[in-house]
Design a protein around this ligand. Structure first.
Ligand code: ATP
Ligand code: MG
Length: 392
């Protein structure tokens, strides 16, 4: 059983003198992920290396899964860490490592030694050659292949000696918390959880707002959004989810405005309300799952009309993705199965047969004038009665 993991990170390695900020965030996030599973772990940073070390029994698959949800990690290497008790002891441990970790001792390999500590009495080339020899003595069916080996046996001489040969993929990206905060408009669909995940992947903390329209949308539809928020938050960390009752505003727009403009006007109010919560949370922008041309409200003209009400920037990570490309990501992150559950969405309830695809902002604004009497009060009521659900 592996007692420790070497955690590899890529991009944050090149952030110059701010590097420690990224490393510390990675360490904190890895700790938080491992805290959620059984067992006790210590996550430490040492000379440009991050380690997760088990201090108790733990479940290997659970630990790997937890680390595979931490952005910033590109590789997870289960490793054996030993003290330096001379070369013979190292060789014994390497042989033991192969004995225990490879059932079928019939593969090609090479040893890749690195000395971070230059006072070790042998240089890397010598270690490679000597260890290779010991391994061949112990397992005569193995062969050395320096160009294209099945197994690369890494031996890192530091204060301790690290032995590892397996690199499990991490999710990549940047540690969450290193790039500001965004407010995600999270619906029950396929696109918005993917948009939230993609933004978090670049280091952004994600909060979310969901508009529901009871009784036109059910408790189950809301629960589905909560479930999607949980799936995203497994990667992005704790999330504040605001659930806004949008029924009155939606009905009011339906009563007063031309039906072919309904979706655009509704979306403009969604953006305004989302921006209200974004500002309250200190977020730096809004995030949506919009993709050009997907529906009438996502032509360039429609997006411009929706965007026009916002003062914060609106980020649309899947803007140029085909639906299938978005689905591929949702399958990868585990949100797809939940997203396709057939519960009604507030937008589909009132949707017009022939919505405008090229809205003119002046025309839209003119229509919105018909809302003057009640809309401010309804806006206030919607934000004041919003339910805050703390995800984790
Ligand atoms: P999704 O885009 O999540 O798959 P969808 O395609 O049904 O759902 P649209 O109605 O096209 O979504 O809306 C585009 C974007 O607007 C969504 O990606 C989401 O960011 C936001 N949005 C739509 N409906 C809601 C809602 N009820 N609550 C919060 N945000 C919403
Ligand atoms: Mg969509």
């Amino acid at each position: 059983m592996f007692k420790s993991f070497l955690i590899k990170y890529a991009e944050i390695g090149v952030k110059g003198k701010n590097r420690y900020i990224f490393e510390n965030a990675l360490v904190d996030n890895a700790k938080r992920a491992l805290d959620k599973i059984e067992g006790e772990f210590q996550v430490t940073k040492e000379n440009g290396r991050v380690y997760a070390i088990a201090l108790s029994d733990y479940d290997y698959d659970e630990a790997v899964d937890a680390l595979q949800h931490v952005f910033g990690i590109v590789g997870i290497c289960p490793m054996v860490q030993i003290d330096d008790n001379g070369f013979d002891d190292l060789a014994d441990n390497v042989v033991k490592y192969i004995e225990e970790n490879y059932e079928d001792k019939n593969f090609t390999f090479k040893v890749m030694a690195r000395r971070a500590r230059k006072n070790y009495p042998m240089d890397s080339m010598e270690i490679n050659a000597e260890l290779g020899g010991k391994i061949l003595d112990a397992f005569p069916k193995l062969h050395v292949d320096v160009h294209n080996p099945d197994v690369i046996l890494n031996v890192e001489i530091r204060n301790h000696i690290n032995i590892y040969s397996k690199i499990l993929p991490g999710p990549g990206g940047m540690p969450v918390g290193t790039a500001g905060k965004g407010m995600l408009l999270l619906s029950g669909g396929i696109d918005s959880p993917v948009a939230g995940w993609m933004t978090a992947k670049r280091g952004v903390v994600v909060d979310a707002v969901y508009f529901h329209a009871p009784p036109y949308t059910s408790e189950r539809a809301k629960q589905k959004v909560v479930d999607l928020a949980k799936i995203v938050s497994k990667y992005s960390g704790p999330m504040n989810l605001y659930v806004v009752n949008f029924t009155d505003i939606q009905m009011y727009i339906y009563d007063k405005c031309p039906h072919d403009e309904l979706t655009i006007i509704m979306r403009r109010y969604m953006m305004k309300i989302a921006e209200y919560f974004a500002k309250q949370e200190g977020a730096h922008g809004l995030i949506t799952g919009e993709s050009i041309g997907q529906v009438a409200s996502q032509t360039m003209q429609s997006l411009a009309a929706t965007n026009e009400v916002c003062t914060l920037p609106v980020f649309r990570p899947v803007i140029a993705f085909d639906k299938q490309e978005i689905i591929d990501v949702s399958l990868k992150i585990g949100s797809y199965e939940t997203s396709i559950l057939p519960y009604e969405d507030c937008c589909t309830t009132f949707v017009a047969k022939h919505p405008v695809t090229k809205p003119n902002i002046n025309v839209i604004k003119n229509s919105e004038k018909k809302l003057a009497e009640e809309i401010d009060r309804m806006f206030d009521e919607a934000v004041n009665t919003a339910e805050l659900i703390k995800i984790q």
